[in-house]
Design a protein around this ligand. Structure first.
Ligand code: HEC
Length: 148
């Protein structure tokens, strides 16, 4: 009995998270990640991609940055945001990446939300702008490598 338990418990954690029920989708957030990784919009904002997506990009930015008419082709909905930001050149300032992993100061998206980009307006366009704590958390995520 003890032997069986020792084998199944870790396997359950590794293979069948979340829920150990297998494939029902229960316990997953909108990005298909286990709830509890910081993706839950009712929880605190954390310096992870999932959390920033669910707290900022999806509810605030994708109001404009979605679909075929997204400004500068930048779609920030959950299906597209990572692939269209990290290591992708800005349209307004093509010499800069929208997000340069490890380097928030050289990330054009950071300049846009801080309001000192050399082209165009501060984001979110027309405000209200992100608070300092939110911007600091996005900077921290980028500093730590902008991992997906
Ligand atoms: C009300 C509409 C609106 C919202 C909301 C909005 N944007 Fe924008 N965004 C624009 C427009 C319009 C432009 C192009 C004109 C400009 O830069 O001023 C733009 C341009 C950008 C660019 C430049 C893209 C490039 O490739 O050069 C970035 C980066 C950006 N937005 C990020 C964001 C982020 C991050 C948010 C959310 C925090 C956001 N925007 C929210 C309308 C919006």
């Amino acid at each position: 009995m003890k032997k069986t338990w020792r084998w199944t418990a870790p396997l359950c954690l590794v293979l069948a998270m979340p829920g150990c029920g297998g494939g029902s989708g229960e316990g997953l957030d909108a990005n298909g990640r286990p709830i509890g990784e910081g993706a839950n919009p009712s929880g605190p904002l954390l310096p992870t991609y999932a959390s920033i997506q669910s707290h900022v990009f999806t509810p605030i930015c994708s109001a404009c940055h979605a679909g075929g008419s997204a400004p500068e082709g930048l779609r920030l909905d959950a299906a597209n945001a990572y692939a269209l930001t990290v290591n992708v050149s800005s349209v307004e300032v093509p010499s800069m990446k929208r997000i340069a992993p490890g380097n928030p100061d050289q990330s054009y998206l950071v300049q846009k939300i801080e309001g000192h980009a050399s082209v165009g307006a501060r984001m979110p366009y027309g405000g209200p702008y992100l608070d300092d704590a939110t911007i600091a958390t996005i900077r921290l995520w980028i500093s730590q490598g902008a991992v997906q």
